[in-house]
Design a protein around this ligand. Structure first.
Ligand SMILES: Cc1cc2nc3c(=O)[nH]c(=O)nc-3n(C[C@H](O)[C@H](O)[C@H](O)COP(=O)(O)OP(=O)(O)OC[C@H]3O[C@@H](n4cnc5c(N)ncnc54)[C@H](O)[C@@H]3O)c2cc1C
Length: 382
């Protein structure tokens, strides 16, 4: 017999899990289909900068208390460019917030959400890989494969949060940045004092995010160099990092397990399709510069849950309302990260001077700074 739900969520990553929790708490009948058999496991740190706005969403989902035990606050963000003048500093005090954001490990976040899903008793089917979605006029049939064979279920609505829109037959715009991100835990001579650094270099930005007593490193560079950086010895890696980042945090003294991930901008041309919504990385996978991707995806989840809760899952205006609600925030997040990479990832001298002037100007203009900070933290509703 085929089960019927108000909403079928495809993908139990952080965005899909957050949406399912919000819907379940609101009394909406939801099932979560996740391809993985069990929670994500990883030995290498994959740091994730969570904005203060995302913390507020997690508080409403009642998972912040658990996340707070492993989250490291960011009180200050220092932005600079290698080999050129110009710097800017954003602080929580100037923004009138307790913190600008928090740094978490992706795996710890995924596990905390898995635990919250488990205790909430919302229905979840693990080891369920969705293979197709067939749309009718008022519902959609979702087919998925499990170890026991092929099964299906029906939802008035389907939400695709599978990270890559594989479950949706959608047109996707792709830009290969020819960059990869090397992530690892690194230790330095000087304590971080809750300061995050974003240092732009012609090969890509280097982010150092305060994480526990160490830093979480997201070193973006050309993909061929990234592969080398994962394989060189630890002392060589630390020397190369020192040379590229400079002395602002003292000497780099230790590095944990390293891994590299290729970076591509992927934008689904539509965020709704038949009876389905596309959210999170399935809708837009961004460059990690400025740590916007997950925060944007979480706002997709929260605002979709709010629309479904307010209008009900059978409301015919739901699709238009969601698209209108997310249009500006989504377009802004995509354009902001893409522009940062285009403007900062080159060594063109006049542009370097203009960038330096821009950073210095930003530092001197409190109103402009406040705009940038609120936009990064709360999206367009800032
Ligand atoms: C190096 C790096 C650093 C980053 N740093 C930041 C940062 O500091 N701040 C920030 O906001 N963002 C950051 N991001 C982006 C962030 O990691 C993503 O936006 C976020 O993980 C997206 O979550 P998601 O749930 O949409 O997708 P995913 O995390 O990809 O989850 C998708 C889930 O769907 C499941 N799935 C896939 N296919 C199927 C299927 N067919 N059927 C069922 N289930 C399926 C998968 O198993 C997975 O669990 C970074 C990204 C990278 C690469």
């Amino acid at each position: 017999m085929t089960d019927h739900y108000d909403v079928v969520v495809v993908g139990g990553g952080p965005v899909g899990a957050a949406l399912a929790l919000a819907l379940h708490a609101a009394g909406v009948g939801v099932v979560l289909l996740e391809a993985r058999e069990r929670a994500a496991q990883s030995t290498s740190l994959r740091p994730l900068a969570l904005s203060y706005g995302s913390r507020l969403i997690f508080e409403r989902l009642a998972v912040w208390r658990e996340l707070a035990t492993t989250a490291t606050p960011i009180a200050r963000i220092h932005i600079s460019q290698r080999g050129r003048f110009g710097r800017s500093e954003l602080t929580a005090r100037e923004a009138g917030l307790p913190n600008l954001g928090y740094v978490l490990d992706y795996t710890a976040l995924a596990r905390a959400l898995d635990a919250a899903v488990f205790t909430s008793r919302l229905e979840v089917i693990r080891g369920a890989t969705v293979t197709s979605v067939a749309h009718g006029a008022t519902s959609a049939r979702v087919e998925f494969s499990t170890v026991d064979g092929v099964r299906d279920c029906i939802g008035s609505l389907v939400v695709v949060a599978d990270g890559s829109a594989l479950a949706a037959d959608l047109e996707v715009r792709t830009i290969d940045y020819r960059q990869s991100a090397v992530t690892a835990r690194v230790d330095t001579e000087l304590p971080h004092r809750h300061t995050a650094y974003e240092r732009f270099t012609p090969d890509g930005p280097i982010a150092l995010l305060p994480f526990q007593q160490s830093y979480g490193l997201v070193w973006t560079t050309r993909s061929d160099e990234a592969d080398e950086l994962v394989n060189v010895t630890a002392p060589s890696f630390l020397n190369l990092l020192q040379d590229r980042f400079g002395e602002r945090v003292g000497r780099f003294v230790a590095v944990g397990t390293r891994s590299a991930q290729r970076l591509t901008l992927r934008v689904a041309q539509r965020t709704t399709w038949g009876r389905a919504f596309i959210i999170g990385n399935a809708a837009q996978a961004l460059h990690p510069v400025a740590g916007q991707g997950f925060n944007l995806g979480l706002r997709d989840a929260w605002e979709l849950a709010t629309e479904i809760q307010t209008r009900g899952p059978r409301d015919e205006h739901l699709f238009n309302a969601y698209r209108a609600r997310r249009r500006i925030d989504r377009a802004g997040g995509i354009a902001f990260t893409d522009a940062l990479i285009r403007i900062f990832s080159n060594d063109f001298l006049p542009l370097g001077v203009a960038r330096g002037a821009g950073l210095t100007l930003l530092d001197c203009l409190p109103a402009a700074k406040n705009f940038v900070v609120r936009r990064m933290i709360f999206g367009t509703r800032g």
